[in-house]
Each structure stands twice: as structure tokens, then as C-alpha cells.
Ligand binder design. Structure first.
Ligand code: FAD
Ligand code: NAI
Length: 329
């Protein structure tokens, strides 16, 4: 008979949810822990009276066949739908339409509809930051949170956080700790905006190649979004690095000016604005690791950074961690 494990997963973003789904389907008892109240991680949505604004992942693409199969289920469940924005590119001196055949998907009616859907039937312990892992003599694990409470015991642990946040949790395995510590992640600033009247532009999404921004989207052009004309701007990592400690009002002022430049229109005063700093937005380069494991200890690591910073890769990394764990009883 297959042995049933009690498994802790630290991080309820796409990678953790993916691992949790696979392990639960195989009959294991899984508990997710996250420092935030809910699930989703960098696939996050800010809910406001002006509308819901996707602050992290803006959309996703699907290239791997396993991921495409999962996507079909999510679409059938009504969690995800296709988004076909009018796409532009902003180069030095010109803003031009840049259509393509790429299929792009979004959570519906908000990005977190996907994480919420994936969480159905799973156990999440929210608002619990895990500070260290205790490896017991009987090879079981305890998870110590920042209040000093120890959760467990668990037979297996999957760490599914951004690399810099995983490092302090991997002290029990020198090789996992060292490999993870090599991964650098870059910051980003996101500015969410709402306007009383729709802006006078055909742009629904724009890749930006000049200045501080690298992405602009008309959030309200995504399917199912209610409310005002809402927009999301994302800085490039270089600009974010130079503005890590700039206060939010100044970040908003500068990014609004960049927005007006990029679209070459006058931008009225927004009725809502919210700036958010991501310390660990994206990993530099791709490792192609799939997931990391110290099977003799029952410790596994996954996250988008194991394959390169995209939602699809986070899901694939979570699947890989679950597979590796189940192969080694
Ligand atoms: P995360 O989503 O970061 O999940 C990790 C979780 O761990 C978090 O919920 C965090 O709260 C929790 N955590 C961390 N430390 C602890 C701890 N000590 N204890 C408990 N919990 C902890 N991808 C795309 O495909 N398309 C896009 O358009 C796109 N745009 C993006 C825009 C931005 C601004 C950002 C930041 C990312 C974007 N991405 C995009 C990347 C995508 O969001 C990520 O690849 C994906 O969400 C990562 O999932 P993850 O599970 O690996 O990590
Ligand atoms: P994708 O295939 O739509 O885009 C990949 C890249 O190709 C884009 O970043 C863009 O540079 C270019 N591109 C695609 N279509 C284009 C078009 N029509 N015209 C001009 N350039 C085009 O999506 P994929 O590969 O799934 O990537 C996901 C997205 O997530 C990327 O845009 C990436 O920048 C973004 N991302 C953002 C992060 C952040 O912190 N802001 C973190 C991680 C990912």
C-alpha cells in the first residue's frame, strides 16, 4: 500500500498550490502556510471601489503540454479566460501597434480567481511567516513561525517561496542552501490607477522599451473586470533597483509622468492610485532546475525561479517537486 505522508508546504503562490494539488490528489495530507492572509503570492489582485486591479502577474502563456491540460480544466471551471488586448510597443520615439498570435490568459474576473480556485479543498494556514525548520531525530519536521509557535510534526516539507526567502529555511541541507543562495531576484514597482473618464487611447497593453516602465496595461480591458477605467504600470528592474527606498508618492509621480510620455497623451489626475514595491519580483536568468530536493531528509524546494520567472514555470516547478517527493518513498 502507498504510504500517506503529512506534508507542509511553505508558500501558497502558484508553485506551492501546484505541488499541493498534485500531492493531495495522490492522497497525501497537505497543509499550506503563507505569511499573507490568502493565497496567490505574486499572482495578486488589489480589490478597490474603482475596480479590482491585478498587481503582480498580468497574464500568462501556456507552452508545456501538461500545463495546457491543466489550463483546459481551469477554463472549464470558469477560473481563467483568454485575454486578447490591442498590443503596442513603445520604442525610443514611437508608439506602434504590435499584434501577434500568442494566446494570453487571465484569471476571471480577477487574477486571484485562479489561485482561489486552486485552493479549493486545501488547508491554508495564513498570516503565518515560517522563520526556521527544525529537523527532528526521527526525521520529522517542525515549522517555527515568527511568534515562536512550532507547527507539526510533518513527514515532508516543500519550500515554495522566492529564493531569498527560502535560504533561511534550508539550513538543514547545505547543498540546497548553497544552490538557492546563488539565485538573485530583482525588484519591481507596480502602480495601479483608476480614472473617472476613460483615457483617450487605443492601447490596451504595451511593452515599453524606454525609460522606467516595461509594461502598461488597461486592466479594465481584461474580461469580466467591472468599475472604472483602470490601468497597471510596471517598472523595469533597473529603475526599481535605483528607487528601492523612494517613497510611494514620489514613485507614483514619476511613473505617472512616464505613463503620459509612453502613450503620448495627457493623463488626468487619477481618482485612485496605489504603488506597490516587489522586493523579489523576478529571477535573473533561468536555472532549469525544475525543483530541488534533499530526499534523504524529506526536504524539497520549488518556485518560478527554478525554471524562470513566469506563472507557467511556477506551476511546472511545483509539479516537479511533488513528483520527486512521490518517487522517493
Ligand atoms: P510566489 O507567488 O512569490 O509565492 C510565494 C509565497 O510564499 C508568497 O505567497 C509569500 O507570501 C510566501 N512566503 C514567502 N516567505 C514565506 C515564509 N517565510 N513563510 C510563509 N510564507 C512565505 N508571470 C507571468 O507569467 N506573466 C506575467 O505577466 C507576470 N507579470 C509579473 C509582474 C510582476 C510585478 C511580478 C512580481 C511577477 C510577474 N510574473 C508574471 C511572475 C509570476 O507572478 C511568478 O512567476 C509566479 O507568481 C511565482 O509563483 P511562486 O509560487 O513561485 O512564488
Ligand atoms: P509573452 O510571450 O507575451 O512575452 C514575452 C516577452 O516577449 C515580453 O516581455 C515582450 O518583451 C516580448 N513580446 C511578446 N509579445 C510581443 C509583442 N506583440 N510585441 C512586442 N514584444 C512582445 O509572455 P511570457 O513569455 O509568458 O512572459 C510573461 C510576461 O511576464 C513577460 O512580459 C514578462 O516580462 C512578465 N514578467 C514580469 C515580471 C515583473 O516583475 N514585472 C516578472 C516576471 C515576468
Amino acid at each position: 500500500m502507498t504510504q500517506i505522508f503529512k506534508i507542509a508546504i511553505i508558500g501558497a503562490g502558484m508553485a506551492g498550490l501546484s505541488a499541493a494539488s498534485a500531492l493531495t490528489q495522490a492522497g497525501h495530507n497537505v497543509v499550506l502556510f503563507d505569511k499573507s492572509r490568502g493565497s496567490g503570492g505574486r499572482m495578486s489582485t488589489k480589490r478597490t471601489e474603482s475596480g479590482d486591479l491585478d498587481m503582480g502577474a498580468q497574464y500568462f502563456t501556456a507552452r508545456d503540454n501538461h500545463f495546457r491540460n491543466a489550463l483546459q480544466t481551469w477554463i472549464a471551471n470558469g477560473w481563467v479566460t483568454e485575454w486578447t488586448p490591442r498590443l503596442f510597443i513603445r520604442n525610443e520615439g514611437e508608439l506602434v501597434e504590435s499584434p501577434d498570435d500568442q494566446q494570453r490568459y487571465v484569471g476571471s474576473p480577477r487574477m486571484t480567481s485562479l489561485s482561489r480556485g486552486l485552493l479549493e479543498g486545501l488547508e491554508l494556514v495564513g498570516q503565518t511567516r515560517i522563520q526556521s525548520l527544525e529537523h527532528n531525530d526521527d526525521n520529522s519536521w517542525g515549522l517555527k513561525d515568527e511568534t515562536g509557535t512550532v507547527h507539526g510534526p510533518f513527514d515532508r516539507v516543500v519550500v515554495a517561496t522566492p529564493a531569498p526567502q527560502a535560504v533561511p529555511l534550508l539550513a538543514a541541507s547545505g547543498h540546497l542552501e548553497q544552490a538557492t543562495a546563488q539565485v538573485e531576484m530583482q525588484p519591481g514597482w507596480t502602480l495601479a490607477l483608476a480614472f473617472a473618464e476613460p483615457l483617450d487611447t487605443a492601447v490596451e497593453a504595451c511593452f515599453v522599451r524606454v525609460g522606467a516602465l516595461d509594461w502598461i496595461s488597461r486592466n479594465s480591458s481584461k474580461p469580466g473586470r467591472q468599475g472604472l477605467d483602470t490601468w497597471v504600470l510596471q517598472s523595469n528592474p533597473r529603475w526599481a533597483m535605483g528607487n528601492l527606498d523612494t517613497d510611494k508618492a514620489e514613485v507614483s509621480r514619476q511613473l505617472l509622468a512616464e505613463f503620459a510620455d509612453a502613450l503620448s497623451i495627457n493623463i488626468p489626475v487619477p481618482v485612485y492610485q496605489h504603488a506597490h514595491r516587489w522586493l523579489y519580483a523576478r529571477s535573473e536568468g533561468a536555472c532549469n532546475w525544475g525543483a530541488l530536493a534533499a530526499p534523504e531528509k524529506g526536504l524539497y524546494v520549488c518556485g518560478d525561479w527554478c525554471l524562470g520567472g513566469r506563472l507557467e514555470n511556477a506551476w511546472l516547478s511545483g509539479q516537479q517537486a511533488a513528483q520527486t517527493l512521490m518517487e522517493r518513498k
